[in-house]
Design a protein around this ligand. Structure first.
Ligand code: SIN
Length: 279
């Protein structure tokens, strides 16, 4: 694909591209934003280096990609409630988002995308893995694709492995969640509203069972799909430096924040982009 205003360097054949020639703190021309979106749809996650963002400029650039959504469990910053600070402190052992997932798929309207800006990161470790869910779907046999047609996954925020990854962040900045429903049923295969490609949309982190089946009945099929989703041919790995930014598409990509840097601080600013009903 040809780009006139940005330079796009793929990280792997499957997913991820580093973008250069762009200062996200400035008001970018519409044609640059249009090219960034085209690159985003092609590569699923875009990475930027050496950016210098404040919570305010992060919100501004996020708005150029879509309407800002919310993260249900952790309060945003005092002056910028759209931005959630995600930190792992040196004395903590559990990190936020440290398992394969697509963000908050337990919401009725799960987010289209998310932006993450690195403020403070360990010198080594703390990378994030991303995986392409189109390729995970396309790798399945025709028989398996037919079997999955019409199946829905019941997603919940309460799966223990995922729930534990947010405990420290909730303790720091709890939010009133009494009105929020955190269970939602979504198609196991969703069609991306912009590219029209099909992607696997269940996750080890949030999918409890297949609708209409017990967890025990669902498990063998779901475990098979999770293994397909996590194959390394669909992945890229991103190392963060202060000033790095990632923008990922939750509709067709999953990610996993590696937890290999105990004793070091890692602080990120995170913004969520509103999504639609998966179909
Ligand atoms: C997340 O799941 O949003 C966290 C990703 C990361 O910290 O690398």
């Amino acid at each position: 694909m040809r780009y006139d205003t940005i330079t796009v360097t793929p990280l792997t054949p499957a997913i991820g591209a580093e973008i250069s020639g762009v200062d996200l703190a400035t008001h970018l021309p519409d044609d640059t934003i249009a090219e960034l979106r085209r690159a985003w749809l092609e590569h699923l996650v875009l990475f930027f280096r050496d950016q210098s963002l404040t919570p305010e400029t992060l919100v501004n650039i996020s708005r150029r990609f879509g309407e800002i959504g919310y993260y249900p469990f952790v309060k945003g910053m005092e002056k910028h409630p759209e931005v959630v600070e995600v930190a792992k402190k040196p004395d903590e052992k559990i990190n936020f988002g440290g398992l394969w997932h697509t963000d908050t798929s337990y919401l009725e309207l799960p987010p289209m995308g998310s932006l993450l800006y690195a403020v403070e990161v360990p010198e080594v470790g703390g990378d994030t893995l991303f995986a392409n869910m189109y390729l995970a779907y396309e790798s399945l046999s025709d028989g398996m694709k037919r079997l999955l047609e019409g199946l829905r996954g019941v997603n919940s925020s309460e799966k223990p492995d995922a729930a534990v990854t947010r405990v420290h962040r909730i303790a720091d900045r709890p939010k009133d969640t009494t009105d929020i429903v955190t269970t939602a049923s979504h198609p196991i295969v969703r069609t991306h509203p912009e590219t029209k490609r099909k992607a696997l949309y269940c996750s080890d982190a949030h999918t409890m069972h297949i609708e209409g089946m017990t967890p025990a009945e669902s498990r063998p099929l779901l475990q098979y799909l999770y293994a397909q989703q996590q194959r390394e041919e669909w992945q890229c790995r991103f190392h963060w430096y202060p000033g790095s930014v990632a923008i990922w598409d939750n509709r067709c990509a999953q990610h996993n924040a590696l937890n290999d840097y105990h004793g070091h601080q890692r602080t990120m600013y995170r913004v969520t982009l509103k999504g639609d009903t998966p179909s």
